[in-house]
Design a protein. Sequence first.
Length: 215
Amino acid sequence: MAAPWRRLRPWRLLPTPTGTPFTFVYAAVLIGTSLFAQFADPGVVASALRGSSTDVAHLAHTPVFVLVASALWIAGGITSPFAVCFLVVLTALERRIGGWCTAGVFVLGHTVATLATEVPVGLSVMAGHLPESSLHRLDYGISFGVAASIGALAGLLTPWLRWTVLAVFGGMLVEDLIALTDPMANWGHLMALAIGVGTWPLVRRWRRAPGSSAT
């Protein structure tokens, strides 16, 4: 039997074109948009982000476009913690359930959490509880999809690791919510995590047979 350290393959923590094509291609797109956001003219970048925002006004007129466009940016850039989580978590999830199913989990979390946080804003504006400027709140990024993917991946881990991941990540989200840094986004992250947990029956059914995953 090979020594345990010989069986460790740290490169499997990162996406590859053949093993995890969805994560690999998506990561390449995110790197491109992050470089654009960092080096392009600030006015052009601001305009692109506004056009990609999943605010109430955009969701009412071009919902599909902005739901896709908003997921092409990383809020905070490639140094954001969610960028690191994206690479590690989606790679691990795709190796277990495949690219299409991983994309489904990500899109589900991104879409449902976005609508769950933005629709109440629209209703509150209609009721006169929030100003009309709330309809144009800048909202973009991959964090909801990543949070859902973390929740889904937890269901495929061993029990002690599963509950450790949920406790640590969930605790961080609750801490952010208590700090009121961005209440809408904070609630959205918790909802997305719960959505990922809700996919456990599906992801366990989709789990690849041992040894069947690509390298």
